[in-house]
Design a binder for this molecule. Sequence first.
Ligand code: ADP
Ligand code: MG
Length: 456
Amino acid sequence: MDTYSDSLELQWERVCNRMRVEIGDAAYRSWLKPMAIQELAGGTVRLAAPTRFMRDWVIDHYAERLRAVWSEANPLIQKIEVMVQQSRSPVRARPGRAEPAPAPVPVDGAGRGMDGLSAPLDPRFTFERFVVGKPNEFAYAAARRVAQAHEVAFNPLFLYSGVGLGKTHLMHAIAGHIRDHDPARRVIYLSAEKFMYRFIRALREQKAVDFKENFRSVDVLMIDDVQFISGKDSTQEEFFHTFNALVDQGRQIVISADKSPSNLEGMEERLRSRLGCGLVADIHPTTYELRLGILQSKAEQLGVQMPGKVLEFLAHKIAANVRELEGALNRVIAHAQLVGRDITLETTQDVLKDILRANDRRITIEEIQKKVAEHFNVKVADMHSARRARAVARPRQVAMYLSKQLTTRSLPEIGRKFGGRDHTTVMHAVRKVTELCDHDAGFAEDVELLRRMLES
Ligand code: ADP
Ligand code: MG
């Protein structure tokens, strides 16, 4: 084989392709794709990472595997070294950061133009008030890191989740933290919708140049709900250029969306891949424990004594998202204060009748089985049967996965509804489908489509 006479780039490409299969597309894009191959000298391959954080991560998580894969193809390779790339365009020194700010103008004076662009922050959306649990711990840690880091840790930080799970809360927390601790850093936080609106207005008023200047001179740009600019071509174009300009200057970008970068429909491919090349962190649907934790924390903040039974009841019944959960809690408290009565399980059920009914009416496992069977063209009976052929096993796994996602049933309950299967079978199905969704965009689309059909 003539693998080792191939150029180093070509070898790297092969190694990357192999790694991509092993670690999945998302991890590949986050960590390996941003690496640049530098040289091969004396059996040592040198790679360059854009930041120190990424270098450390790649060394800890992938270097050994990279070496093994590579030396299989080319026995000359003995060692992988990763270093930090010297930035191509050095970060400009900005007044107000290094020097003490000239009194008395600084914060307001310099920032006014910015504040005009930035949306106001909700003072309740802080890190301290964000309850951390399994579903959101990664996103939380990444957000904290961006807020505290003085150098750009990963760019962009891309947060995604379904509605009402805390993206906006975390974005405000980052912006608020930087404003409080590092007021010389200029932060712009705004929704993609506002971004578009301002861009269009600037074009109309022939102030496009000012618009660009304003955005391109910030230290931290945060755009919430970026899916909003899907299909809006000229806004996307402008955003793409702003994005690149800021990244090149070593500024931090934080983005949120309702889907992962690769699943953002109506987004140009180059923008999607740009969005996915930093750190991608998703917030998963809440668990019972997290919901209970959030309720306890909110009740405490409101200074209201709530019976434990009521909180447990709410955490159990209102599973859709945190926004609904908060709404329910507020309603129960407001009602009790209004009529001057204690909060009990009975009053809670009474006050929330309509919400509870809507939650109860939510999708059943039977509906899921029926829809999934139709979609994949198998019999509903195959959802319960013992047949293991892939053609029926895969749809069955998808149905189990959706049952876990869309209903509040436990794993054993779900197993029972699928021909009396064990809960570990359901767990395996959930894991398998998650994995497939990460690796196979077509499959992910199928699952997403089913979810939407069921939810509508
Ligand atoms: P998203 O932007 O993902 O739609 P939000 O950030 O607006 O969701 O969250 C909806 C509501 O739920 C907000 O009031 C927010 O404070 C609250 N919330 C979400 N997650 C948490 C959490 N982990 N701890 C405390 N409050 C939360
Ligand atoms: Mg939001």
